[in-house]
Design a protein around this ligand. Sequence first.
Ligand SMILES: [Zn+2]
Length: 412
Amino acid sequence: MTPANDFLRVSKRIEQFRDEMVDLQVRLCALPAVAPSSGGEGEARKAEFLRSFLEDNGFEGPTLVKAPDMDAPAGYRPNLLAVYKGRSSARTVWVMTHLDVVPPGELAVWRGDPFKAWVEKGRVYGRGAEDNQQDMVASLFALKAFRAEGLKPAFDVGIALVADEETGSRKGIQYVLEHDNPFRKQDLIIVPDAGNEKGTLIEVAEKSLLWLKIRTLGRQTHGANPEKGVNAFKAASFLVADLETLYRRFPAKDRLFDPPLSTFEPTKKEANVPNINTIPGEDVFYMDSRILPAYPVEAVEKKIRALADRIEARFGVRVEIEVKQKAPAAPPTSVRAPVVQALKRAVKAVYRKEARAAGIGGGTVAALFRHSGFAAACWSKIEDTAHQPNEYCVIDNMVGDAKVYAHIFLQE
Ligand SMILES: [Zn+2]
């Protein structure tokens, strides 16, 4: 369906842009867009720079959606929306990437300055190089190639460069969806903020997340006279064993996910008494549950409370359950959605691989689209160096992903 000759021309042109793409990466790394809540200045300077890039390269707009933020020196967090006109405006193919980056962390473990990107063995190193500049640059240069070749995409292409992805998106895509929503139900929405090394993972669904702090209160006493106290650690241990039954009580399997089932795992454990001969009066442990969208999170919470009630009655303890984080899964994007099919065709054409729609255990920003009723898919070919020291982008992936976008933009 993609005119083969046009695709060849655009692909060649993208390859010629290789050095310019690396150059843009280096420039973007030099504009550290760390969120104010992580000790940075926000994304305003990076957005200004990209706004001129968009203006210079034939984009309509761009519109700047400012989410007020008094903690940012600019007073706002920038969200840039720009459209590159296609032959038809019946729908828009969106690529959304985020402007913000996480702080570099321990500088001593970096082999260079995280904000002075360097090139080594076909990779660009620097904070933000992979997350999320790799595919930001890829999507921009895909369109630059169309312009250079005098070609038009089949449909309008939308570029969304958003703020605040790393700290919750409330001043990023969430704000755009609530205040200045340009998206339509028929649009294709690609979010290149998840993927795998082969470029074969199209993320369409995620599990609900539930993090609990479970505090068991008994009565401290001497180790020689347990009958005079109530052993909180022992009671909590029986509770941990009982929580294993959640796997039986919520047994659904969904092969979209790996692993294909809901998981309920005790994780962090706080220290109790420092000496061996004291019966602890307090016990604290945490639990990380990843729940298939088939089950309401509340049903799991209710069951956990019921198990805790039984432990209270049996041991004479009090069990306090505190929700540390709760993120109910968004309705999944259908594996048959046009955006998934378009990605599959393009991955096949560029990387000669069959991509597969799948669910993941953690949250991505695409969930915000899905909660608002839009079919969004996460995809990119990445090494997963995001948030790590010496984060890098493989230049071949950046160039290859640009071709994937170009292919999709040509699809009728
Ligand atoms: Zn990211």
